[in-house]
Design a protein around this ligand. Structure first.
Ligand code: AMP
Length: 430
């Protein structure tokens, strides 16, 4: 039989890497909690119409990237992003009636059938957050502040913040008309996709990476010229708050973002990395003040963001291999197995991570295994040790070897590891 491989554009995370994922996810959860965000989780499957209505019919995601299927009489889609599901949950659970402002964060896999390349996958993970009930721009600035802090904390080099306003209500329509008027005479020069976008969603032409579209967009009108006075004040407010927070940012008038639901503030955060090529956008976000009402809820303003964890891990190069365990317990001979397992459990009860040999391997093989796990200490229990009521302790860093009274072994090992600053993966529960 042909070997079975992972689905194209999807990949496994093995333990050497999952430790990096855990650190970045924990750093995100910690930062989000500091800013008052609480975790929420939504199903991976949602009704297809949720994304059609929110993300928008004429977007790349809905037009060609969704994993959608019919199951009996339901049209379902594997979620391509997290905001729509969070907004659906907000409406479904009448959250607006319980609190004036809601700050939620989430972590998890998203699915888009894109052309796979480095930093672009068909299953990827996002860390996202939403604030419902606050029209901004204070919370818009705070969200960006939180993200900049998080990216710096995990070691992303050259964090760059880009902001724009996409206006609201009439602004959007006026801008669409202005763009159509600009591109119509150049229609033949546009890519095939953008010729179509001219009818369906001319904003997306600004978002295109195709050189023909980039060229035709050079002298295109900018949305900032079309903002209403209120939208303008909101955008200026955001910028001055970012200044107050000391967050350097650039206005990118071509920033439109690939989803339809945005209003007013939109932003992206990039990192200075060669490793992601053109796809170096690490975080995308923006305001979506109309979505809650469009989903059948009350009129509640909202803003959200999503950071691509796969890309963050590439950009941040988090430090690798930590020790798998602190100590290794090596029984020599069948009679030592029981006492060795008891000793291992006593150490674990004190918060020391331990692997005990349960194979009956030779001393040489045991030491090789202990080394490969990064264990600092090896506790050897052979027949001689059992008879004398001792344990042989071998320090793999200092290569010293000594005998410890068995009833003092746990306390001594715990002290030694603490003094050596050995990594504790978890605090002991008592
Ligand atoms: P979006 O939901 O398209 O605004 O994307 C937000 C962030 O998710 C992007 O800035 C990327 O970091 C990440 N992202 C989006 N699509 C992918 C993908 N196909 N593979 C990996 N990361 C992605």
């Amino acid at each position: 039989m042909d070997p079975v491989r992972a689905v194209k554009g999807m990949y496994d995370v093995l333990p050497e890497d999952s430790i990096k994922w855990q650190r970045v996810e924990a750093a995100f959860a910690r930062t989000a909690a500091l800013y008052g965000f609480r975790e929420m989780r939504t199903p991976l499957l949602e009704p297809t119409r949720l994304f059609v209505r929110t993300v928008g019919e004429a977007t790349d995601i809905v037009e060609k990237e969704m994993y959608s299927f019919a199951h009996h009489d339901e049209e379902l889609t594997l979620r391509p992003e997290g905001t729509a599901g969070a907004a659906r949950a907000y409406v479904e659970h009448h959250v607006h009636a319980k609190e004036a402002v809601t700050r939620w964060y989430y972590l998890g896999p998203m699915f888009r059938a894109e052309k796979p390349q480095r930093g672009r996958y068909r299953q990827f993970s996002q860390a996202g957050g939403e604030i419902f009930g606050d029209p901004g721009p204070g919370c818009d600035a705070e969200m960006i502040d939180m993200l900049v802090g998080f990216l710096k904390a995990i070691g992303v080099p050259g964090v760059e913040v880009l902001v724009n306003s996409i206006g609201s209500g009439d602004t959007r329509q006026r801008f669409r008309d202005a763009l159509r008027a600009h591109f119509e005479p150049k229609k033949a020069l546009l890519s095939e996709d953008s010729q179509r976008r001219l009818e369906t969603n001319p904003l997306r032409i600004l978002d295109s990476k195709d050189p023909r579209d980039v060229d035709a967009s050079k002298d295109a009108p900018t949305i900032l010229e079309h903002l209403s006075a209120e939208d303008r004040a909101h955008f200026d407010g955001l910028r001055s708050l970012l200044d107050a927070l000391g967050i350097a940012h650039k206005v990118d008038t071509r920033l439109v973002r690939g989803l339809d639901y945005y209003t007013r503030t939109i932003f992206e955060i990039k990192g200075a990395t060669q490793k992601l090529g053109a796809g170096n956008t690490l975080v995308g976000g923006g305001r979506y003040d109309n979505m809650i009402a469009e989903l059948g809820g009350p009129s509640v303003p909202a803003i959200g963001f999503a950071a691509g964890l796969d890309r963050l891990l590439i950009a941040a190069e988090p430090a690798g291999a930590a020790a798998v365990v602190d100590a290794f317990v090596a029984p020599l001979g069948a009679a030592a197995m029981g006492p060795a397992l008891v000793l291992a459990r006593e150490l674990r009860d004190k918060g020391v991570s331990v692997e005990a040999d349960t194979r009956g391997a030779s001393l040489k093989a045991l030491l090789r295994r202990a080394n490969s796990l990064g264990a600092r200490l090896v506790l050897i229990l052979g027949e001689g040790e059992l008879g004398r009521g001792v344990v042989t302790l071998k320090d793999l860093a200092g290569h010293a070897q000594e005998e410890l009274p068995k009833d003092r072994a746990v306390a001594i090992v715990t002290d030694r590891l603490a003094a050596a600053g050995a990594v504790r993966r978890e605090e002991p529960s008592s």
